[in-house]
Write a protein that binds this ligand. Structure first.
Ligand SMILES: C[S@@+](CC[C@H](N)C(=O)[O-])C[C@H]1O[C@@H](n2cnc3c(N)ncnc32)[C@H](O)[C@@H]1O
Length: 274
């Protein structure tokens, strides 16, 4: 029992130390990767199942991206607010929801976002890694949920191939010096803070049409610009990708952890706000 508590605390320490990605560095690869995966559809379906919205539900989506989730959610919910600071994504969102009666877009960074409103659900999918202080980000998310409302965070699961490729690259090329946010780490940390998280896992598939295309997504897949760095980086990446080749395609399974919890009065999360 004591060991379990220590492990959970360790999870929070690891979460604090996890890498912070600059969205500017990854955005181009991210948009290209999105063309080859069924992630948007499948993840949105699962998020809708977890949120189970009705015509009175209000939702806050942090890091709304191109707004795929907002578009589907707003068909079922009362009102949705998306927070999105990236200029390219923002422009797409504003165009997508121009004239929408129940979707509002806020262009601030979440760190600067403020509202008096409390939402039935506060969601962020694959956005936690962009925050320097992950615990403060989670606490701020919870602060915008009404009591009894849901907080939902999507992060890669350590069980998925995509996560494992990155981990193997770290081990072989960087000697394990990089640490990523994972859904499992997040759950362990939340538990040590007195929160009872639920984990749903979603499997998605990415098919990259050639090895060259996969290698051109170096920053997204490996956090490494493979063309302008140590040739060993490219060699290591190539050997990992070759193990996932089927005919001429690189096939990568991803498992997403959809981590959700209900906001309660007595969780210790609020103390984590900086
Ligand atoms: C990997 S994308 C995920 C987009 C979307 N949630 C999805 O699942 O498709 C991460 C998003 O978080 C946004 N983002 C990055 N830093 C942010 C911040 N400080 N505040 C709010 N959003 C941020 C990025 O602009 C980007 O759209």
């Amino acid at each position: 029992m004591r060991q379990e508590t220590a492990d959970h605390k360790e999870n929070c320490n690891l979460l604090r130390q996890a890498e912070t990605i600059r969205y500017d560095d990854i955005s181009r690869d991210n948009r290209r990767f999105d063309q080859y995966t069924d992630e948007k559809t499948l993840l949105t379906q699962r998020l809708i199942e977890v949120l189970n919205p009705n015509s009175t539900t209000t939702v806050l989506d942090i890091g709304a991206g191109e707004g795929y989730f907002l578009a589907e959610m707003s068909k079922l919910a009362h009102r949705c607010t998306g927070v999105e600071p990236d200029p390219i994504m923002l422009e797409r969102l504003l165009r997508r929801f121009l004239g929408s009666h129940n979707v509002e877009i806020d262009r601030r960074r979440f760190e600067d976002f403020q509202t008096e409103e409390r939402f039935d659900a506060v969601v962020s999918a694959h956005t936690l890694s962009f925050f320097e202080d992950k615990l403060a980000m989670i606490a701020k998310m919870a602060s915008f949920a009404r009591e009894g409302g849901l907080v939902v965070i999507v992060a890669h699961s350590i069980l998925g191939r995509q996560y494992q490729i990155l981990e193997q690259f770290d081990r072989q090329f960087r000697r394990g010096r990089l640490l990523h946010v994972s859904a499992e780490l997040l759950c362990g940390c939340l538990e040590s803070l007195g929160v009872v998280p639920k984990m749903d896992r979603v499997l998605t598939k990415t098919i990259l049409p050639s090895l060259d295309i996969a290698l051109s997504l170096g920053y997204f897949l490996f956090r490494q610009d493979l063309d302008n760095q140590d040739p060993m980086a490219k060699k290591t990446a190539m050997s990992l990708l070759l193990r996932n080749m089927v005919n001429h395609e690189v096939q990568i399974d991803t498992i997403h952890g959809v981590v959700s919890f209900r906001k309660t009065k007595d969780s210790k999360l609020e103390d984590k706000r900086s």
